[in-house]
Design a protein around this ligand. Structure first.
Ligand code: MN
Length: 195
């Protein structure tokens, strides 16, 4: 069984304001993530997934057509916990060269990430990942889909479901992506993921 206490925020709910409000974080972490955890706990007892670590649930249920709900909720638990780790008070700013150089520089990388993040149609995620060939890439995924299900290694995540930004930015997803890049990315966490 999983618990929200296993996936704590690394900062206070008001620490990212005004770029991400306490109201958004309270709802996003305390209600949306909590609901995915509760759903998963209700779905897995008496299945092959009951005692698996979260990552194994995701990898196995991704190929199990009878476990779509389990996949969706497990992937969303991972995606959210990873995303919240990608945020930090006084974060953001110019991408470290060790990452940006793979994209031809910090400006090109930022433009490409913003383009992908604003192009995800409907609900989903924007990611920097290491692909199976070891190359850094920027990708979008829809709904609960996650790089973990495609044997890619996540480096950075941005939630672009409307619940991630609507209270603070309404329909202006591009402004949310800019605020994420300029003020909220936890580059220390991102850097650790490429090692
Ligand atoms: Mn979310």
């Amino acid at each position: 069984m999983f618990s929200l206490t296993q996936f704590p925020l690394q900062f206070s709910e008001s620490a990212l304001a005004p770029h991400m409000s306490a109201q958004t974080l309270n709802c996003h972490h305390g209600k949306h993530l909590a609901t995915y955890i509760n759903n998963l706990n209700e779905l897995i007892p008496d299945t092959q997934y009951a005692d698996m670590p979260l990552i194994d649930i995701i990898k196995n249920s991704a190929h199990d057509k009878d476990a779509k709900k389990i996949f969706n909720n497990a992937a969303q638990v991972f995606n959210h916990d990873f995303f919240f780790h990608c945020l930090a008070p006084q974060g953001g700013g110019i991408a470290p060269n060790e990452i940006a150089s793979a994209f031809g520089g910090a400006d090109v990388m930022r433009r490409e990430f913003k383009s992908v993040a604003t192009s995800v149609f409907g609900s989903g995620w924007a990611w920097i990942v290491t692909d199976t060939d070891g190359k850094l890439k920027i990708i979008g995924t829809q709904n609960a889909d996650t790089p973990i299900a495609h044997d890619m290694h996540p480096i950075l995540a941005l939630d672009v479901w409307e619940h991630a930004y609507y209270l603070d930015y309404q329909n202006r997803r591009a402004d949310f992506v800019d605020a994420f890049w300029d003020h909220m990315i936890n580059w220390d966490f991102v850097r650790e993921n490429i090692k």
